[in-house]
Design a protein around this ligand. Structure first.
Ligand SMILES: NC(=O)c1ccc[n+]([C@@H]2O[C@H](COP(=O)([O-])OP(=O)(O)OC[C@H]3O[C@@H](n4cnc5c(N)ncnc54)[C@H](O)[C@@H]3O)[C@@H](O)[C@H]2O)c1
Ligand SMILES: O=C(O)C[C@H](O)C(=O)O
Length: 344
């Protein structure tokens, strides 16, 4: 019942993973603690729900600066495997983090119409820095799933904080770009008229505007769409976040689709930790596949986090041009994060 409900949610998005997911029997699943920081927020609450439905989780720690007792009490009544505890305020952050295998961070402010993700930097950079300082202290070996924007800068901030603390392991830090993949799959399936559950599209680069580069030339099932359709799909994927921000008209950005995407990525991390073979997802990680120190591409996940950062594969002319254009913006966002972490 438990896994069938979760599989229902996952159905259509990752049939291969769902198969692996079902192959677990409760007696053989290792204990895994997952902490969600920002758990009372727009993403945090549905993400807490989805992680509670995941039978790979045995302990679920829900942390926020306010509101977590209510969220934790609510979610804890669901009759699934994990024990749920709520933690509120900085004095409880250590307890929330201690023993965590995976820490998911959707803490911070979201965009309003007219803002770029970089406009969130001034507030979110400080939040991420203080949370990562605590992660270095209380659970230095955890896999960190960074959702807070601007991801192109918050991931480099986290890396610098961990380096300063002497705990940095590039295999364990991930910018969550899964929502870009989720969107690219949905939009491609609609245009190509193929079953959405069978679609795969890698999305590389970063997570803001033109730095989001879907590789539709590698999309499967193949559809041979004309260039003008590919350009429109690329633009819609790049503007997907803004589409939601505008539709919400001042009430925030994507929360439900992000919770789904965050739950998929955390599930992939847990599968990797548990030794499930061939777990591959796109993520913004330390990388040497381009000249930039961080880049999103397909990543193979394993028992220690990143097992292998996979290359870009063959690119179309449109994608080669997109890659060339995104490099300067992504470089400057990465440098901004590094500078912030080292000057304050
Ligand atoms: N990576 C992605 O694809 C993606 C997608 C959607 C949103 N986001 C980003 O996720 C972030 C959160 O979005 P949201 O809609 O959930 O916002 P929200 O305002 O609804 O929730 C944010 C939560 O963070 C909490 N918070 C603030 N400071 C904190 C701290 N120091 N410690 C712990 N919690 C703290 C707030 O109390 C709030 O509950 C935003 O930065 C948004 O841009 C990223
Ligand atoms: O667009 C945003 O500000 C939120 C998020 O990064 C998204 O892609 O939906």
């Amino acid at each position: 019942m438990r896994s069938s409900m979760y599989n229902l949610i996952r159905k259509g998005s990752a049939s291969r993973s769902s198969f692996l997911f079902r192959s677990y029997s409760s007696g053989t699943v290792p204990e895994r603690k997952v902490a969600v920081l920002g758990a009372a927020g727009g993403i945090g609450q549905p993400l807490a729900l989805l992680m509670k439905l995941n039978p790979l989780v045995s302990k679920l720690a829900l942390y926020d600066i306010a509101g977590t007792p209510g969220v934790a009490a609510d979610v804890s009544h669901i009759n699934t495997r994990s024990e749920v505890a709520g933690y509120m305020g900085e004095e409880q952050l250590g307890q929330a983090l201690e023993g965590s295998d995976v820490v998911i961070i959707p803490a911070g402010v979201p965009r309003k119409p007219g803002m770029t993700r970089d406009d969130l930097f001034n507030i979110n950079a400080g939040i991420v820095k203080s949370l990562c300082t605590a992660i270095a202290k209380y659970c230095p070996n955890a896999l960190v799933n960074m959702i807070s924007n601007p991801v192109n800068s918050t991931v480099p901030i986290a890396a610098e904080v961990f380096k300063k603390a002497g705990t940095y392991d590039e295999k364990k830090l991930f910018g969550v770009t899964t929502l870009d993949v989720v969107r690219a799959k949905t939009f491609y399936a609609g245009k190509a008229k193929v079953p959405v559950g069978e679609v795969n599209v890698p999305v590389v680069g970063g997570h803001a505007g033109i730095t989001i580069l879907p590789l539709f030339s590698q999309a499967t099932p193949k559809a041979n769409l004309p260039d003008e359709d590919i350009k429109a799909l690329t633009k819609r994927t790049q503007d997907g976040g803004t589409e939601v921000v505008e539709a919400k008209a001042g009430k925030g950005s994507a929360t439900l689709s992000m919770a789904y995407a965050g739950a998929l990525f955390a599930d992939a991390c847990l599968k990797g930790l548990n030794g499930v073979p061939d777990v591959v997802e796109c993520s913004f990680v330390q990388s040497s596949i381009t000249e930039l120190p961080f880049f999103a591409s397909k990543v193979k996940l394993g028992k220690n986090g990143v097992e292998e950062v996979l290359g870009l594969g063959p690119l179309s002319d449109i994608e080669k041009e997109g890659l060339e254009h995104l490099i300067p913006e992504l470089k400057s966002s990465i440098e901004k994060g590094i500078k912030f972490a080292n000057q304050s």
